[in-house]
Ligand binder design. Structure first.
Ligand code: NAG
Ligand code: NAG
Ligand code: NAG
Ligand code: ZN
Length: 593
């Protein structure tokens, strides 16, 4: 249709024989065409008018376009010309697409919101990430985070090392070298796999003592993290103190201070940072001995532990203040670490509160980017799905009802983890059997808000206290008809979100997790390969102490052969595992994540 032609189309209308001037007018004015059958004089008259209008409109358009162009070039132009930018990378550990369905329905139920009400994060989805590692179709968080930090696949358990046990430089290390400021904000131990992968290199993720030392700068690159907020204090304290979980008597808090860190360890000191305005870099804030409690429990202990969004907001404020006069911005990683744990525990009530807390932190980051004058972007994704979560559950052998009930999640005021801990503590006082029954009834009624439990439920908790965690969680799962297929991870694709789908265009669609890692380094324009080279050169003859006092390489012991499967195609094959029984009961919760 002629009417669909762009006004300033290069093909001059007059060059087209089939179109006369009236049509041309119609094009310019948007008025319908009236074929003109008047004499030549009138025709000439209208032709001149047409040309005049055309000239005026063209002139006005040129002027308007020039003005609009000048205005539309943002005030940020001088900064982006010098390359200044901020990158916030958010990780929702263990959050699969189904976690969003679960949490969205729960939110609507709780708020009495209509069914089209979304979470904030829902409105920013741009793609999906495929999560397999080099050693398995099901990744762990170590290989998952190595894909982000190094943009490389490695084996499950690898903390930014390659399958052949060489260190790979990380985006955070490269950002630091390039003059950016850097930060890590998590709700788990700061030494856990996801944060560790940005600022440490070890062959086995369970070596958290070694990771703690490296993260405060005791490794080939020296200090690279300007700000750390999270839990995991016990890995920093010498084994001579009560709160320690270290195998040795090294005082890593002292080591951190020697390397310049300002150390804080409680809510009061966190509040003393005055929203970030009083924060002094470098900063190490460890607010819990191990993990910060689940949000479902923490919200009642707000005087003891900061929330994820509070920590994120303080970090954003302080980092942007500190880089105000710099030509480089900052790189901040924010992790909703314990969505994964709620998946491992198969605890749907704990999970929805973790996802809501993540959504809140996500909103804080969006607000910051909106208001900040430096150009910046947030990319958010998960390392993998946990639990094989289904918002459905077949409870009986008859054809299932199509039903899922948020109510039981809303009734629960505590996590199964917390009830389990309280039960274990209670057992230490050697209570009588009837006292135990009363205690357990109370914990179910008050902790989970469940009224219709049975004697069988209590008996299960009495008989198998080591599995109380799973039993408590199961009470909520069955009533809400929430399904879980594993206490571990699954191979599901996970979602990718961004504050800016245009700037993150490379991540729109379905991608390999390593492409997320590649995007991070490309956005910051940092040289990660140079860091890899430096790590390998400086680390060649660098030794450390092994668990039994022997001398080993600085990245610690190498895992058994079976754990370091290599390459993109090597996968373990089926060998009759389904027959293996046992190890289902009588074993405590193995929360290896
Ligand atoms: C504490 O660590 C030292 C080595 O640093 C070790 O000799 C000692 O056995 C450890 N003590 C405990 C209680 O683990
Ligand atoms: C949830 O709490 C309400 C109010 O106390 C109660 O009526 C309901 O039975 C509870 N749900 C379950 C599954 O026990
Ligand atoms: C010390 O541990 C290493 C592995 O970390 C092992 O190969 C070695 O045999 C151990 N040495 C002693 C004396 O136990
Ligand atoms: Zn996990």
């Amino acid at each position: 249709m002629a009417g669909d032609r762009p006004l300033l189309s290069p093909g001059s209308p007059s060059s087209e024989h089939s179109r006369d001037i009236a049509e041309e007018d119609a094009l310019l004015t948007g008025q319908p065409t009236h074929r003109n059958h008047d004499g030549p004089r009138t025709w000439k008259f209208w032709r001149e008018i047409g040309l005049l209008v055309w000239a005026i409109i063209a002139t006005v358009l040129v002027v308007v376009l020039a003005v609009v162009y000048q205005k539309s070039v943002p005030a940020k132009e001088p900064e982006s010309a010098s390359g200044k930018r901020n990158l916030v990378f958010m990780v929702s550990d263990g959050m699969g697409p189904t976690s969003l369905s679960l949490t969205r329905s729960f939110m609507q139920f709780q708020n009495g919101a209509p069914f089209n009400e979304q979470l904030v994060i829902d409105q920013h989805m741009i793609g999906q990430s495929r999560t397999r590692s080099a050693s398995s179709l099901i990744t762990d968080s170590a290989a998952g985070a190595t894909a982000f930090s190094c943009a490389q696949k490695s084996y499950n358990g690898a903390i930014s090392v390659t399958p052949d046990h060489e260190p790979c430089g990380t985006v955070l290390e490269a950002a630091k070298k390039a003059g950016y400021m850097t930060g890590l904000v998590v709700t788990t131990r700061i030494t856990d796999a996801t944060p560790a992968c940005f600022a440490a290199h070890v062959n086995m993720r369970m070596e958290e003592d070694r990771i703690a030392e490296q993260m405060v700068g005791d490794y080939p690159l020296g200090r690279v993290v300007d700000l750390m907020f999270g839990g995991g204090r016990c890995h920093f304290l010498p084994n001579s103190t009560d709160d320690s979980c270290r195998a040795d008597n090294k005082d890593v808090v002292e080591l951190a201070k020697k390397n310049g860190y300002n150390y804080i360890s409680d809510r009061k000191a966190f509040d003393g940072l005055k929203g970030g305005r009083a924060l002094k870099f470098p900063m190490l804030g460890l607010f819990a001995e191990t993990d910060i409690p689940y949000e479902i429990d923490r919200r009642n202990e707000n005087d003891l532990y900061p929330s994820l969004h509070e920590m994120a907001e303080v970090a954003l404020k302080a980092l942007s203040e500190a880089t105000k006069d710099s030509d480089k911005g900052f790189f901040l990683m924010v992790e909703g670490s314990r969505i994964d744990h709620a998946g491992h525990h198969n605890d749907p009530a704990a999970q929805v509160h973790e996802v809501l807390a993540y959504d809140k932190a996500f909103t804080s980051v969006l607000d910051f980017l909106d208001k900040d004058s430096t150009q910046g972007i947030m990319v958010s994704t998960s390392d993998h799905e946990t639990g094989g979560l289904a918002v459905a559950r077949q409870l009986h052998s008859t054809y299932p009802e199509y039903a899922w009930y948020p109510g039981p999640l809303s009734n629960a005021s505590h996590s199964a983890e917390r009830l389990h801990q309280e039960y274990q503590n209670y057992l230490e006082s050697n209570p009588s059997s009837s006292a135990k029954r009363t205690f357990l009834s109370d914990s179910i009624e008050k902790g989970l808000g469940i009224k219709d439990y049975t004697g069988t439920d209590i008996q299960l908790l009495l008989d198998d206290p080591d599995h109380a965690l799973y039993t408590y969680a199961e009470l909520v799962s069955r009533r809400s008809q929430t399904g879980w297929s594993t206490h571990g991870h699954s191979a599901a694709d996970v979602n990718i979100y961004s504050s800016d789908p245009k700037a993150a265009a490379a991540l729109v669609g379905n991608h390999e997790n390593t492409e997320v890692g590649a995007f991070l380094r490309e956005y910051l324009e940092v040289d990660v390969e140079a860091v890899t080279k430096e790590l390998r050169e400086k680390g060649t003859n660098l030794m450390a102490t092994g668990a039994n006092g022997t001398t080993i390489g600085w990245m610690g012991p190498v895992p058994e052969e079976g754990e370091r499967l290599d390459g993109q195609t090597h996968l373990a094959s089926y060998s009759g595992e389904f027959r293996k029984r046992g190890a289902v009961h009588g074993r405590g919760c193995d929360c290896g994540h």
